[in-house]
Write a protein that binds this ligand. Structure first.
Ligand code: ZN
Length: 460
């Protein structure tokens, strides 16, 4: 997310609290170990990282049956650890993925992506921001609870998983299908919450409670073809071009969920740009149509307001001197929660309105519901933010991309992306070169999650 914010920021504390030094060191060592185990899909091994973390729990005295390595592919296994509570309430699931996006040494400037490097207040390495910081913090947090003899009122279940980035053998999907008993929980805390700083000042902390769903169509025009010296107006390329023109001018209806309504309402107060007034108008029930139209001109806000579809690839024709027989375009859509592939397909077909053009689903789509902004979760988040980052607003968010939260929300486990890991606006290099996380942010996130989970684990 990118915002240009002015004013307001004075009230916000610059530095939050960090853990005792010994636990900072422990978390840092775990972080280093994880970064230096290559877990990219092409030549890495997620199981090695899962085993390395499992060894810490076994060494700390966790019973063998509570430290489980599970999965059906040798190098893509998951670790599930159960930290026993009194059982007064249902468990909370703590999730992070161990796999990382591919990184080539030659693409990085100074640092080796698989060597953990601290430099000028930043930790560098592939996975530092996505998602090994959170994985290391979860491990350090459970070990710290154990060392303190802390007994929560719920079991705390840690799942460190495979396949989030590559989409191959997704660990969360596998666990939901095959080992639901291991991870079943009342709710889950995951990555995906944006926490945004501007010039070192914390602007807001996001709680991701919804995400859009990835869905791809092939839009295809076919024709008998023939010699290009005898053309007709009935040409597959023209049919497809017309169809794409219709998709270009198609706007799916604007629709707000509790999450996006809350997002616009909060951001209208935080954001000091002229658009803030429109955010307030959009957050009304019903939303102000003129404000919706104005906001829709900004791609980020447009994506918050509606399902979107866009042409991303095109292919067709077979010879310079032949009439095309087959032309097809890839149209990638991002559905709002609650939308369906059938509805999107029908909307595209009606807009195209050409019997010569067919619309086919390429990827199956798993549309996940919005996680209810329940007080049992939002209350502890607000309290912990108030304690560590006083004055920083908590904002519900919907990701336009995808996380593993969708599998859990679909399985009836409401999932919230919240990590307290603050990045400068526009500085999150997840998936990019020289991926890094600010050292201060890492330790603040460690303390934030340590306190947050204690609050979440207190039964009502
Ligand atoms: Zn991630």
């Amino acid at each position: 997310m990118r915002y240009v914010l002015t004013g307001l920021l004075i009230a916000v504390a610059a530095l939050g609290a960090v853990p005792p030094e010994s636990w900072q060191k422990r978390a840092r060592a775990l972080f280093q170990q994880l970064i230096e185990i290559n877990t990219q899909d092409s030549n890495g091994n997620v199981t090695a990282a899962a085993e390395a973390m499992a060894a810490h729990f076994r060494a700390a005295g966790f019973p063998a049956q509570d430290v489980v390595i599970a999965g059906n592919v040798a190098r893509r296994k998951n670790l599930v650890v159960r930290y026993r509570g009194t059982g007064r309430a249902r468990p909370v699931l703590l999730l992070a993925h161990l796999d990382v996006v591919e990184a080539r040494r030659s693409d990085w400037s100074t640092f080796d992506p698989f060597k953990f490097t601290e430099s000028e207040g930043q930790f560098y390495g592939r996975g530092t921001s996505d998602d090994k910081s959170m994985a290391a913090i979860w491990v350090a947090t459970l070990l710290r609870y154990q060392a303190e003899g802390y007994r929560p009122e719920r079991d705390l279940i840690l799942a460190l998983t495979a396949g989030e980035e590559s989409g191959v053998d997704n660990g969360v999907e596998w666990l939901v299908r095959n080992r639901r008993d291991l991870i079943d929980a009342e709710f889950c805390i995951n990555e995906g919450g944006d926490a945004v700083m501007r010039q070192g000042r914390k602007v807001f902390l996001g709680v991701q409670a919804a995400e859009k769903t990835f869905l791809t169509f092939d839009v295809i025009a076919k024709n008998a073809g023939g010699h290009s010296s005898l053309p007709s107006k009935d040409n597959a390329i023209y049919h497809l071009a017309d169809a794409l023109g219709k998709i270009r001018s198609l706007d799916f209806p604007a629709r707000l969920t509790d999450v996006t309504q809350g997002f616009f309402e909060k951001m209208s107060v935080i954001d000091k740009r002229p658009e803030a007034a429109d955010m307030a108008l959009v957050s009304r029930t019903p939303p102000d149509p003129a404000a919706v139209e104005r906001m829709s001109k900004v791609p980020f806000f447009n994506a918050q307001l509606r399902t979107t579809c866009v042409a991303t690839m095109i292919t067709g024709g077979h010879a310079e001197n032949a009439l095309p027989q087959s032309v097809s375009a890839t149209v990638n859509c991002r559905m709002l929660p609650g939308d369906t592939a059938g509805n999107v397909q029908g909307t595209l077909e009606r807009a195209i309105n050409d019997p010569e053009v067919t619309v086919k689903v390429r990827t199956s789509a798993l549309s996940a519901p919005v996680a209810k902004l329940q007080e049992a979760v939002m209350g502890p988040v607000r309290m912990t933010v108030e304690e560590l980052f006083p004055g920083v607003p908590v904002v519900p968010t919907m990701s336009t991309g995808a996380t593993d939260g969708k599998y859990l929300r679909n399985a009836g486990i409401p999932t919230y992306g919240v990590d307290g890991l603050f990045f400068e606006e526009g500085e999150n290099r997840a998936h990019g070169r020289d991926e890094r996380v600010p050292v201060q942010s890492f330790y603040e996130s460690q303390e934030f999650l340590y306190r947050l989970v204690k609050r979440l684990a207190a039964a009502k």
